[in-house]
Ligand binder design. Structure first.
Ligand code: FAD
Length: 501
């Protein structure tokens, strides 16, 4: 029999197990209070589902079909009243400071009733993630203050993330493709700022948002090497909203066109450009831009994974209800073994998906974007000190250039490539696995329900329309598969190449 001491010597010889199962390795190290906090977030989502989402879900979907210009402003106000737009803003910036991974479980819960409504809440945090990861503490403070004020005054202040252009979708999600893509959003350096021209399309919540994180290029042929990130506020001269798409699903969440015509963005709202990058790192703008994209998508793709599990659950619960209430040849449908097998598979899809986004969250917590906030001492320090303390003591420091420099160094300059690859790879894995499982459950629900599932009031018909969009945004599932391969699998395939002409 193998001796215990021998086993120990093997563990020393072989690479760290840590990467193979983050749940096993990191979950026990999580601050215990995070679990309680996550339970609170989920309980709040359930209450919101009962009081707001469930009664409104089908009604708003119908309204947006009858009038494609209709914007559910009241829904956004309700989410604002419930405190959902500040819940995951760190206390340092005046928010409620819920731990960031807990948003996934919250979004799954709301998404199980209506993933469109979940997106009206969730995609605001895509904007927040982009703003935070640009690491300019002065800008973060200003934007987050507006969001917090918006909750107090009842006038929601949301943030949108704007990369997609009329001729570039996948191409702006990967620096290797950016240089070859047909880019159209141009930024010209002028004294005191940039002049922005071009447009962005399919911007979620665009018609609701106050702040927009907009990416543009000083040379449209050079892509990421000349990329700038600008904070554009609604009402700025030269910025206007176009239409919003008449799309197949998630109709409560507008996908908007944003137009920029000689829009002047002052230096104080320039969050990133090649000069700023040079001031804190020797890395090339192209590498820094890839790090930035990876950070933002590592957060948001875990969230879209949770949306996917939400729709998987919605479809499962709808099918189960139907199977319980329907009879075939005088026998309850659930007594048939083929129905039981279907329901068991759908249930398994939900749990498997949840494991996938939990792994992505753990990677973010310990190896990625959340790593400062979730360190035990910092987590408890932020949790138990009142917001007023941060306002008085910390907030003034955030205006100092040194604060931006430290944050940029921490996130960009000191990030290890291994950590970058692991977090982006697992987030992509969660994104495409969970959303594929979500669509799979929708198909199984419709098969099980037959014609009854095709009726609008069955709910199943809407879920599949909503679910399909998840396979496209935050990078198509094809792109996410390539990203997983590139970031985690490729080291074992030295002959592999990517994005060649
Ligand atoms: C509902 C919705 C909301 C959205 N919200 C936002 C938002 O808030 N902000 C924002 O900026 N964008 C948003 N988007 C845009 C979204 O990110 C893009 O739709 C997505 O990146 C895909 O781009 P595309 O639609 O242009 O597809 P394309 O890039 O045209 O791709 C078409 C097909 O070609 C494949 N493909 C393309 N290039 C490659 C390649 N090099 N290798 C292999 N396959 C490739 C794709 O996988 C896909 O199957 C949203 C989109 C939707 C549908």
């Amino acid at each position: 029999m193998l001796k215990r001491s021998k086993v120990k010597s093997y563990t020393k010889k072989f690479p760290r197990f840590e990467n193979e199962s983050l749940s096993l390795y990191y979950a026990p190290r999580m601050p215990k209070a995070m679990i309680k906090e996550t339970e609170e977030a989920v309980a709040l989502a359930r209450k919101f589902n009962d009081e707001v989402a469930r009664p409104l879900s089908l009604e708003l979907d119908r309204k947006t079909h009858e009038d494609p210009d209709y914007l559910p402003v009241e829904l956004v106000k309700k989410a604002n009243e419930w405190g959902f737009y500040t819940m995951w803003i760190p206390k340092l910036f005046g928010g409620k400071g819920f731990n960031l991974p807990s948003i996934s479980y919250f979004l799954e819960e709301v998404g199980s009733v209506c993933v469109g409504i979940a997106n009206v809440i969730g995609v605001h945090y895509l904007g927040m993630a982009a703003c935070m990861m640009l690491s300019n503490t002065r800008i973060i403070k200003r934007v987050m203050n507006d969001v917090v004020e918006g909750e107090k005054t009842g006038e929601p202040c949301l943030i949108s993330y704007c990369i997609t252009e009329p001729t570039a979708g996948t191409d702006v999600e990967e620096v290797d493709l950016e240089a070859k893509g047909r880019l159209g959003c141009h930024a010209r350096k002028v004294p005191g700022g940039y002049i922005l021209n071009g447009s962005k399309i399919f911007i979620s919540n665009g018609h609701f948002s106050t702040w927009n994180v907009v990416y543009a290029y000083t040379d449209l042929k050079k892509g990421a090497d000349t990329k700038v990130a600008l904070m554009v506020k609604r009402g700025m001269k030269g910025f206007s909203l176009g239409t919003h798409e008449n799309k197949m699903g998630q109709r409560v969440c507008p996908a908007s066109v944003l137009n920029f015509e000689d829009c002047f963005v002052p230096d104080e709202l320039v969050a990133m450009d090649p000069d700023i990058i040079k001031s804190y790192t020797k890395k090339t703008p192209r590498n820094v831009n890839m790090q930035h994209i990876d950070y933002v998508f590592s957060i948001s793709r875990a969230g879209v994974g949770a949306f996917g599990v939400g729709v998987a659950r919605g479809a499962f619960e709808t099918a189960m209800k139907y199977a319980n209430e329907t009879e075939i040849d005088g026998k309850p449908m659930v007594t048939y073994e083929w129905v039981q097998c279907r329901l068991a598979e759908m249930y398994a899809n939900v749990r498997l998906g949840r494991l996938a986004y939990t792994e992505a969250n753990l990677a973010n917590q310990h190896r990625g974007a959340y790593n400062i906030l979730q360190m035990k001492p910092i987590y408890y320090y932020l949790k138990y000190l009142p917001v007023s303390y941060f306002k008085k003591v910390i907030a003034p420091l955030l205006d100092k250039p040194i604060a931006t420099w430290i944050l940029s160094k921490w996130y960009i300059d000191w990030q290890k490539p291994d950590d970058q690859h692991l977090t982006t790879g697992l987030a992509s894995m969660a994104k495409f696995s969970c959303t594929d499982l979500g669509v799979r459950n929708c198909q199984m629900a419709l098969e099980l329900m037959g014609k009854a599932g095709l009726r609008h009031d069955s709910g199943a018909e809407k879920i599949i329309r909503d679910a399909k969009l998840l396979q496209i945004y935050e990078g198509t599932n094809q792109l996410n598969r390539i990203n997983l391969f590139k970031s985690i699998v490729a080291p074992a395939c030295p002959k592999a190449t990517f994005f060649e002409e």
